[in-house]
Design a protein around this ligand. Sequence first.
Ligand code: ATP
Length: 334
Amino acid sequence: MRHQVVLIPGDGIGPEICRAMRRVLDAAGAPIEWEERIAGAAAVERYGTPLPEEVIDRIRERRVALKGPLTTPVGTGHTSANVALRQALDLYACVRPTRTLPGVPSRFGAVDLVIVRENTEGLYSGIEHEVVPGVVESLKIVSERACVRISEFAFQYAVACGRRRVTAVHKANIMKKSDGLFLRCARRVAERYPQIEYDEVIVDACCMRLVMQPERFDVLLTDNLYGDIVSDLAAGLVGGLGVVPGANLGSDCAVFEAVHGSAPDIAGRGIANPIATLWSASMMLDFLGEAAAAAALMAAIEAVTAEGKTLTPDLGGKAGTREVVDAVLGRLNP
Ligand code: ATP
């Protein structure tokens, strides 16, 4: 059986890394039929919107997508296409495994944590208005339903993946009602998972501890904004944004994408690191029930990084995207 997957190449380095990813999966014989769709800046030019309805409909039908980064012009009327897509498909859980790959230079040896981020509300609700000229209000929406389901997801994930601890990240000392509700829900869910340790950390202290003792963390349960910030911090611990994958999961659909953005500073130069997207593709294969193919792809990626000869400039190497892809393919199909 072949899986039907919507592919959204996206903006900036998106098309080059998605092409690279597709080359690897096709050459490896992954049973996938790709259906390519346009979103992001290219869609604004063609359809007048960064996220055409039709793209959302196709993902709803196919249920699985892999996407490159989408840019949203700053300060324009368009809301972020990434945020809009997560909300439209109710992709409420964002999962970002952040692990040091062998051979990848980083400040710490063995970071291995997973960020589980609430993906649909909080300060990303996009509800802002100008109260009077010079004063704006931005609403942080927090619902019990969303807090309970993301907490439930984090604990189920911990159990399924053999993780030992879930740490809720918050700022309930200041945002007593909103983050207070988040914590109350997390605690309630934690009681039902006695086999998983549960603790809490204030987001600023979390950032410091992540830098000083990243091995202390296992699964980090966060709201939308803290998850966004902590993800980039954690990426910095394991070699940067070029090596952190992600999945946006809902009850009906799943969209896989690297944590990084469109990297306009290096777009079109053939030096973008494809590993984050290849790893996201491996997560997708796992999700599709192709565990052996997922593991083989991960093993090939790790063999290439461990060897250390074919790394892109963000990891201190001199290789281009194409050479990394060739190296991964060499390991997959020796
Ligand atoms: P956006 O507005 O789309 O988020 P950005 O430039 O603000 O774009 P990122 O795209 O995440 O944010 O890039 C941050 C930095 O990390 C940039 O210097 C970029 O070149 C680098 N970077 C991100 N992804 C990669 C990658 N896959 N390979 C190499 N460098 C990357």
